[in-house]
Unconditional design. Sequence first.
Length: 234
Amino acid sequence: MKNKLLTALFGICLVLFMLTFCIGLPIYCRFFYYIQIKTLDLEEQTGWSYGTIKEAYDEVLDYLTLPGKQFGTGELKWSEDGKAHFDDCKVLFDLNLGLLLSSGAVLLLLLILHKLKKIKLVSARGHEVYFYSAIATLALIAILAFLISINFERAFEIFHTVFFPGKTNWTFNQHTDEIILVMPQEFFMNCAIIIGVGIACFTGSLIAADLIRARKLKHKKESPPPEPSLTDTE
């Protein structure tokens, strides 16, 4: 029973780790945004320079991801309502980082205990626990991706309704919160894509690794024992 519970804990933590890790990709890999300054023609659409746009984005991300940073958007105007929304976002960013670090720590601890044979991460029907975690995560993201692909704008609204209940300050006024002009909806769509691709690669690697392991194990069991050599018979 103990091993089954710890295996279930490992599987849940692995799902959380994969999700939070991939959500962090567009957050902590800032070059992902820098590239889009050009690809989304933000300079031409806004009339601001690359440096001005980059500075505004960096100040917002510093506030969201680093402790003790003051809110700012560089040379761009911002309002108290706009800042309030980023305050709400910061809570979610901190939650994502907290889940990433805590789930990663639990995974590492359980793997060490498993290697030291203090516990045993049990398998089921020939597959390891990480196989089932990957399948569950991939299925969840596939469903979300399907719903988003049908109507991204509606999905975007539902996301904010769920994570910012009762709030309307996420609908920025471009005249008072100019940051929204350099963070268009296409940018958030690309963020969703990079998260989906990251999860597909992560889960695909785990599924492939387990299938290869299972195939090698099956082949080993089916292989006939080696015939005794002449020296053995002597």
